[in-house]
Each structure stands twice: as C-alpha cells, then as structure tokens.
Design a protein around this ligand. Structure first.
Ligand code: HXC
Length: 268
C-alpha cells in the first residue's frame, strides 16, 4: 500500500508541478517520506542510495503516489564519491531535465564510546554525513543555480547539548549546520537558499532502531514536551513548507521538528 506522508488538507495539489527533487539517502525512512510528499504535490524526483534493489523499489513506491509521476531510483551511489554524484546529476538532467530541490540526507550512525571508536569509524561517519553533503552540493550546484533552487540538509539536535556515544555523528551534524549557513551567504546572491531540518526521534525508522532500545521508548516519549514520538509525516510537512513559495525568504536557518524534545534532551 502506498503511504501518504503529507497533510492533504494543508498543501495545495500541484504546488511543485514541473520541479525536480534530487535526494541522497533517498531510500531511507525519513528521506523517502520527504520525497514522497513533494512528489504527491507535483514534483518529479531522483533518489540515490548505496543499495541498488532497495533504492529502486522505494522509487517505484514513491512514483505510485501520483499518476504520471517520474521517480528514478539510482542505486550503487556512495556520497563519498563526487564522481558518482556527478554521474547521477548527468542522468537526472538527461531523464528529468533539471534540478530544483536538493535534499542532503545520506547519513551513517551507530552508538560507540569514544574509546571504542576507531579513527576510521569516526572518519567513515564524517565522510558520509559531512563530506557527502559537500560532494552533493559540488555535483549539483551548477544545475541548482540555473533554477534558483534550494538546498535542504537533514541535520539533528544532538550537538545542541552534546550526547554520549555519538561523537562522530555530533561532530558531523554540527559541521553540516555550519556548511549550510556558509552556503546561504555565498549562494544567496544567486537566488539559491540553504537550510537545515533537524528531526527529533521518529518512530519506526532505522535511525531509532540503531540509537534507542525498545525498552527506552516509553521514557523517551514521556520526556518529549508534546508527549509523542515523531512521524515521518511531521518531517515531510516541514520539508514541503521549506520548498514551497511560503519559504521564499528563508535561508541560512534551520527548523527543528522534534515535539520540543531537544530542550529536555538527557546527557545521561
Ligand atoms: C564501532 C563501528 C561500528 C559500531 C562500524 N564501525 N560499525 N565501530 N561500533 N557499531 C567501524 C568499523 O569497524 C570500521 O572501522 C568503520 O566503522 C567503517 O565501517 P564499515 O562497515 O567499513 O563502513 P561502511 O560500510 O562505510 O559503513 C558506514 C557505517 C554504517 C556508518 C559504519 O553503519 C552504515 O553504512 N550506515 C548507514 C546507515 C545508517 O547508519 N543509518 C542510520 C542513520 S541514523 P575499522 O577501524 O574497523 O576499519 C542517523 C540519525 C542521526 O543518522 C540523528 C539521530 C537523532
């Protein structure tokens, strides 16, 4: 069954007609929901991932959300390779003609103490999250400038307070926020915007499975001011807003979509 991630009564059908989304980490739970929402409102899309089969399967599912939607799933793409991303951009232009919106969503994470984290493990996460985001910008920028397009980086809130066992991801996400801010200044004169979106704990995602045990979820939920876990649709709706004309004058900032969770984030 095709999932419906966007608030149908909030957004006008067709607001993204003619637009093309380019999304790394696009087969993942959160990013594929973001793309599905944009596609349901008229966009076409390319989703990229390392896993061939999962990426193509998710692309087909997303395409089914709207008759006539074109959604390409490009597997075998590692964001640590700018050449691979340049190839994906060439395919996107050949098949879909343009790139308006870029979601830098590819990420890696796992829990580890600093003592057990090897230099290569730290580097792997920095390379996927931060270098991968930079590579994605590098590969897409010429096309995005042509369309006065928009960058959206999927960030996090862990680095606002610090948190144990995620020094690698925390360092990467803090740097991604800084990268987005730098781009907003440099690219603003071209009409290109750059923002971040920081999801809180989202139910049923691979990220949650990796970072929290099932036995911790009740306590985690009670600690969230809005008293529930997030849904992918919460992130999808914020994404629609940031790519919509309602956000025309928004750049160099971020939206936290977390039910208020980070304000009560525990360090222990
Ligand atoms: C300690 C680990 C480890 C673990 C891997 N390593 N897993 N160290 N604890 N659990 C080490 C390896 O031993 C190796 O170091 C180094 O990391 C690289 O591992 P590889 O498997 O060779 O790397 P690679 O295949 O590139 O995989 C990258 C990865 C992996 C990040 C390690 O987990 C991955 O592909 N993740 C992608 C999917 C993912 O993480 N999704 C969740 C995102 S959630 P040595 O020294 O042995 O060579 C998310 C949310 C964040 O980002 C915000 C939450 C609020």
């Amino acid at each position: 069954m095709v999932k419906q991630y966007v608030s149908k009564n909030t957004w006008a059908p067709g607001i993204f007609d003619g637009k093309v989304v380019f999304c790394t980490g696009g087969a993942g739970d959160i990013c594929s929901g973001q793309v599905e929402a944009l596609v349901s409102l008229g966009a076409n899309a390319v989703i990229l991932g390392r896993r061939q089969e999962a990426t193509q399967k998710r692309a087909s599912e997303i395409a089914a959300i709207r008759p006539g939607a074109q959604v390409l799933g490009l597997g075998g793409i590692d964001v640590r390779s700018v050449q691979a991303l340049e190839g994906a951009v060439a395919t996107t232009i050949e098949k879909l003609g343009r790139i308006d919106f870029v979601i830098c969503g590819a990420a890696g994470n796992f829990l580890s103490t600093v003592e057990n984290l090897s230099a290569n493990a730290f580097k792997s996460v920095i390379d996927i999250d931060l270098l991968g985001s930079y590579n994605t910008v590098k590969a897409t920028l010429a096309e995005v400038k042509k369309r006065k397009g928009r960058y959206l980086f999927v960030s996090a809130t862990m680095h606002y307070t610090g948190m144990p066992y995620q020094s690698h991801a925390i360092a990467a996400k803090a740097a991604i926020d800084a990268l987005s801010g730098a781009l907003s200044i440099e690219l603003g004169p071209y009409g290109v915007t750059s923002n971040t979106l920081a999801p809180g704990p989202i139910a049923g995602t691979e990220g949650m499975a990796r970072l929290a045990q099932a036995s911790q979820l009740d306590k985690l939920t009670r600690n969230i001011p809005l008293q529930r876990m997030g849904e992918v649709s919460d992130i999808a709706d914020a994404t629609v807003f940031l790519f919509s004309p309602a956000a025309n004058w928004i750049t160099g900032t971020g939206i936290v979509v977390d039910g208020g969770a980070w304000r009560r984030q525990s360090n222990h």
